[in-house]
Write a protein that binds this ligand. Structure first.
Ligand code: DAH
Length: 364
């Protein structure tokens, strides 16, 4: 039985019309997808031209030669036209994609200004790192605090002037006896009441006072509280800890001193001073070279400290015959002022990113 090839019409007209159909189909294709269809239909393995090519072998000798030549040149024309149309369509498609995806690089752009970590946050992280590196833990407490923990547990008597409304912000209704904590020291009491002994904690956090808002006072500021309760703890451990803290914060050359003071929750108590890093004490008794930083005192008050008062240990359920400890507390804004030359505390609460940026990376 004759195959499909034997039925192929291999006349010159027929070959010509197959080629013309192919050329027309390529010319009419408007996209690479359409051209692909046209290619499969007109020059693929199963296209009439391919079938005709396979049928050539069935023709008698002389006809075979002529038809072979005609078909060869027809297929060559078709292949050339296909390649040319492919190049055209690819170029058209590329151009229209470039037009569609055009970006006007001259358009104004909205730049998001770079932020910066707040220097107080950075300093809190630095301080926390110093203590966690020594194995201390970070403790936290609420800012709305029980009056008892803020004052009574710390041996601050009912008639202490700090408990008046001129110093302390009480939370209504007053009969609930809640205050905005005036210091981070209530976290000492909380830690002693809830933690296992020994205790080595620092608590950085916000505190509130009914204070003016000026260059050196803000009603909300930050302190860091430290508390160590263990067996055989003495004032020497306190001094060593504060010296290490001062050196890590201010550099090896810093000098500290402990000046006797009074705090109800420590006995003995002291204030920690830093040697003035501006005049190095040279302004003392030298009216020709006064120092604004230390007010010609030679020293700057940094914080309070002392040996935990046995009455506080007892109030918090710790036997003062077995355990003793030390505590300290400093203002973080004050620390930033000395350490990074931030002169005005108001800058620290106003939230202007330019202030944060001006100290970027420096508080750490
Ligand atoms: N709580 C004190 C204040 O706000 C600072 C302070 C002093 C904390 C002595 C202490 C300390 O832990 O032992 O002024």
């Amino acid at each position: 039985m004759p195959g499909p090839e034997s039925q192929a019409d291999l006349s010159p007209e027929s070959i010509d019309s197959l080629a013309s159909a192919a050329l027309a189909a390529f010319a009419g294709a408007g996209s690479s997808a359409e051209l692909k269809e046209a290619r499969l239909a007109h020059s693929g393995d199963r296209s009439p031209l391919a079938l005709a090519n396979r049928a050539i072998g069935t023709l008698p000798g002389p006809q075979r030669k002529e038809a072979g030549q005609l078909l060869g040149s027809a297929r060559a024309r078709v292949a050339t036209a296909l390649t040319a149309r492919e190049v055209e369509i690819n170029t058209e498609e590329l151009v229209s994609r470039l037009v569609a995806e055009r970006i006007d690089v001259t358009l104004p752009v909205e730049l998001t200004p770079e932020g910066a970590q707040h220097p107080i946050t950075a300093l809190i992280e630095k301080l926390s790192d110093i203590f966690t590196a020594m194995g201390w833990q970070i403790a936290e407490g609420p800012e709305v605090e029980a009056e008892w923990l803020n004052f009574d547990a710390l041996n601050i008597g009912a008639d202490h002037p700090a408990r008046t409304t001129s110093d302390t912000l009480f939370v209504e209704p007053l009969e609930n006896h809640l205050v905005l904590r005036t210091h981070t020291s209530p976290v000492q009491a909380r830690s002693m009441l809830t933690r296992d002994l020994p205790i080595y904690i620092v608590c950085p956090g916000k505190v509130y006072r009914a204070d003016e808002f000026d260059a050196t006072h803000v009603p909300v500021f930050h302190q860091i509280e430290g508390l160590c309760i263990d067996k055989g703890i003495s004032l020497a451990h306190l001094k060593g800890t504060l010296d290490h803290l001062a050196k890590t914060m201010f550099g090896e050359g810093i000098e500290t001193r402990m000046r006797p003071h009074y705090f109800p929750f420590t006995e003995p108590s002291a204030e920690v001073d830093l040697k003035c890093f501006v005049c190095h004490g040279e302004s003392v008794g030298n009216p020709d070279a006064p120092c604004r930083t230390c007010k010609s005192q030679g020293w700057i008050e940094w914080g309070g400290c002392g040996v935990v008062n046995p009455r506080v240990l007892t109030a918090c359920g710790i036997d003062p015959e077995i355990y003793s400890g030390f505590a300290f507390g400093m203002g973080i804004e004050r620390t930033l002022m000395f350490r990074n030359n931030a002169a005005d505390m108001r800058d620290m609460v106003e939230g202007d990113v330019r202030f944060s940026r001006s100290l970027k990376g420096m508080a750490r």
